[in-house]
Every structure is written in C-alpha cells, then in structure tokens.
Design a protein around this ligand. Structure first.
Ligand code: ARG
Length: 466
C-alpha cells in the first residue's frame, strides 16, 4: 500500500486528506483562510496601481474606470459577507483579481501589469501593519490617560514601594501608576519609530527586479500615504524587518501590561487587599462562593506569552532565507494579525481595569509603614544631623531595626532612651522623619515620590494626553 492510500485509510486523520496530494498541496499552499483580513489594503493598493497605470498610459482611462467600479463592488460584497472565498485561488490577491475579471472582463486582466504578487503582498502587509499601529497607538494613549487620571487622584495615597517584593520604602500609588505611563509612552515611541521606517512603498518592485513598463512608483507611493518608494527592488520583496520590529514593539508593550497585570493579581489578593476590582473584570468560582478571580489580569499576563512567541516565529522564518521571496514568507501574516488583535484586547482590558479598580487607602497606608520601611529615612537623618558617614549610619539603623523587631514595635515605637543606648547623640528630632507621610514628602528629587511632585507629573501627562 503506498503512503497516500495508507493515510487516506487511517481512521484517525486520513479522512481529512482523503482527496490525495492535490488536496494537501492546496491546503498547505493557501493563505486565504487568514490573509483575507487584508482585503481593504489589497483593494486600496490595486486602486492606486490602476490609477497610476492609466495616468502613464499603460491602460486606458475606460479600463481604469471599470477597475475602480469593479473593486468598489467587490469591497461591498466582502463587507456584506457575500464574497465567495476560494481556497483554490490561494490568497487574497488572486481571489480579488479573479472576481474582478469575472465582473468586468478584459480590463480586470490588465490590472496586474507591471506588478507581481510579491510586491503586492509586501505592500498589503505594510499597509495592514501601518493601520494596526495607528489603532494601537490610540489605545495605548487611552490606557495612559486612564493611568494618569488615577495617578492625579492618588498622588498622595501612600503605599509600600517594593524591591524583591519586600517592603523597601514608602511611595504613593500615583507615583507607581505613573511609572507605567512612562513605560507605555516609550512603547508608543517604538511603534512610531517602526511606522516611520516602514513607510516606504514596495509597489512596483514587481517580482523582484522591477519592470520595463514606464510605471510611476512615486505616484503610487504618494497616493497610498507613503513617504516615497523603496529604493531597491530585491529588498522590497525580500524584507519583513518592519513586521519583526512591529512584533517586538508590541511584545514589549505586552510585557509592560503583563507586569501591571501581575501587580493587579498581587494587589487583589486578600492578604494584600490593596485594590478591589468589580464584577466587570473578575469572575466567580463555580464551586467556591467567596472567590473573585482577577481573570482579565491573568489573561493579559497569559496572552503576553503568545506575543513573545510571535516575534520569535517571525525572526525564525526570516533567518534562513536567501534573497529574495520564498513562500516561507507567507508565514509572516498570522503572527502579525495575532499579536495586533491580542494586544488590542489586552490594552482594552487594562484600560478597563485601571478605571475600575478601587484602591483601599487604609490597607495601603498600613502596609506602607510596615516592615521598617522608613529605616532609610532614619539613616539619612543620622547622616544629615549627626554628620555620620552613610555606612556608619546604615550600621546604627540596622541595630535599631533589630531592637524594634525584638520589642515587637516599629521604629517610631522605640523610646528615645532606647535609641540613645545605640547612638547617644540621637535627639528627639529623629521622630519627625519616621512617619510614612514625612518619608514620602521628603523625596522631592526630580522624578521622586513626593506627592507634590507626583501631582505635578500627573497634571503634565493629563495635559499632554488630552
Ligand atoms: N500568498 C503569498 C504570500 O503571502 C503571496 C505571494 C505569492 N507569491 C509567489 N511568488 N508565490 O506570501
């Protein structure tokens, strides 16, 4: 029995390939199942190409008008869900072109003059990524706006600042939220940078070497909103670094959202109790009635995994390819679509959670003072008031922390006599720096935690994002 017949008769999976090699080839070769997402970009590119062909006299004005009308009708068909997608026609480019010829005849067959699917697909993916960047940029700005609003509201709401997830120094919730605004702002910068670099039109590179037809690549580039045409036809059809850059910028943004999601998971844990989320962004348990699980945050964190995978997939597809086009590059699309769609969802969920969360100010304040979090303030006081070298001050403070821990009190709970037993020159002025409020208020260095600074930064961001 040959392998094919054997496969066809395998009751577990043979049925799917029962039609033999032709069916297998069609299935592995076809991209219409996913690249139909680019139909708008494909039509936009064809309209610009046809207008240029007519302008330089390669096709007649009548043909161009017929193409324009035909493509508009096809767009309407797709929009209405009435378009019959064909796997036999492989991809979005051939599906639309075949339908065009079906509708308008001869003129439809002239559209592909001076271009190839190689420059066409390079164009469509660029246009799709550019559109996706514009949508994501607006969404990131929205998350930043939500964070800046909450930061303004909580510029003076104290909370513990952590390193190693151990209490380190008191900070404010506003300061903490603005840290994410800074990260997301850099993500927007990376996307904008990617957009700037990708904004060159590959259309007219044709199969790989350009064309002998007197096409005007500057004209199509301009019509499609590009800064100009790409400068090397081989590079134009062979390169997808813009897609890899896009996937990195998105993966980085998702990683930032994932870190925030992790905080939400920690903060909503009842042992922390720092914030509460409403039913809008939590789910109950089918068996444990008390449960309120931060599923949206968990999924933002979880989905970040696939976005890192998509970046790896893209780079791996490219790394073994000589110039120029190989069918491997058809694998560029699904990672791009998947990342763009999931990042959009994660951004929407994060904006929702930021607006939904209810900070628990008393819990945050109690936690801010726990764990001898003002020990650094005590050491700094010894340096400032007693002119002690910082290393000695650190040592004295360590002894005082150990003493307080032994007595079961916090630093402010030690008596002056107890403190003086460690360092006789300590005066009662020291108690002024041991409170959480004094600690945060003192950190006035630029970019520091002081509520006045945080309020100013939040106001600045809100104004920039308005
Ligand atoms: N569907 C193809 C892709 O996504 C279009 C380009 C096909 N070009 C070719 N020479 N077979 O890459």
């Amino acid at each position: 029995m040959d392998e094919q017949t054997d496969n066809a008769q395998n009751s577990l999976w043979g049925g799917r390939y029962a039609e033999g090699p032709g069916a297998i080839m069609r299935e592995i070769n076809a991209s219409i199942g996913f690249d139909r997402k680019m139909w708008r970009q494909d039509i936009r590119g064809s309209l610009a190409h046809a207008a240029m062909l007519a302008h330089v006299g390669i096709i007649s004005a009548e043909d161009e008008a017929a193409i324009r009308k035909g493509l508009a009708a096809i767009a309407a068909e797709i929009e209405a869900g009435r378009f019959a997608w064909s796997e036999a026609l492989e991809d979005i480019h051939m599906n639309i072109e075949a339908r065009l010829t079906e509708r308008i005849g001869e003129a439809g067959k002239r559209l592909h003059t001076g271009r190839s699917r190689n420059d066409q697909v390079a164009l469509d993916v660029r246009l799709w990524v550019r559109d996706a960047i514009d949508g994501l940029d607006a969404q990131i700005a929205d998350v930043m706006r939500a964070l800046a609003d909450r930061a303004a509201e909580h510029a003076a709401t104290v909370m513990p600042g952590f390193t190693h997830l151990q209490p380190a120094q008191p900070t404010t919730l506003g300061h903490h939220l603005l840290a994410y605004v800074e990260m997301l702002s850099r993500d927007r910068g990376r996307l904008a940078d990617c957009r700037r670099r990708l904004n060159e039109s590959p259309l007219g590179a044709a199969a790989l070497c350009g064309t002998g037809f007197p096409i005007d690549r500057h004209m199509t580039a301009k019509a499609l909103g590009f800064d100009g045409p790409t400068r090397n036809s081989l590079d134009s059809v062979a390169s997808r670094d813009f897609a890899a850059e896009f996937l990195f910028a998105c993966a980085m943004c998702a990683t930032h959202l994932s870190r925030f999601a992790e905080e939400i998971v920690i903060w909503t844990n009842p042992y922390f109790g720092f914030v509460k989320l409403s039913d809008a962004f939590t789910t109950g348990s089918s068996i444990m009635p008390q449960k309120r699980n931060p599923d949206a945050a968990e999924l933002v964190r979880g989905k970040t995994g696939r976005m890192l995978g998509n970046l790896t997939a893209m780079l791996t597809v490219l790394k073994g390819l000589a110039l120029t086009y190989f069918k491997d590059m058809q694998e560029d699309k699904e990672p791009v679509f998947d990342t763009a769609e999931n990042l959009a969802l994660c951004l929407a969920a994060t904006a929702g959670m930021v607006r939904d969360m209810r900070p628990q100010a008393e819990r945050l304040e109690a936690a801010a003072g726990a764990g001898f979090s003002t020990a650094t303030d005590l050491a700094d006081w010894l340096v400032r008031e007693l002119k002690m070298p910082f290393r000695d001050a650190h040592h004295v403070t360590g002894k005082l922390v150990a003493m307080a821990e032994g007595r079961g009190v916090d630093l402010a709970g030690l008596t002056l006599a107890e403190m003086q037993s460690v360092e006789p020159r300590i005066g009662d002025g020291v108690f002024g720096v041991l409170t959480v409020a004094a600690s945060v208020a003192s950190r006035t260095s630029f970019g520091g935690t002081a509520p006045a600074n945080v309020a100013r930064m939040a106001a600045e961001w809100r104004e920039r994002l308005a």
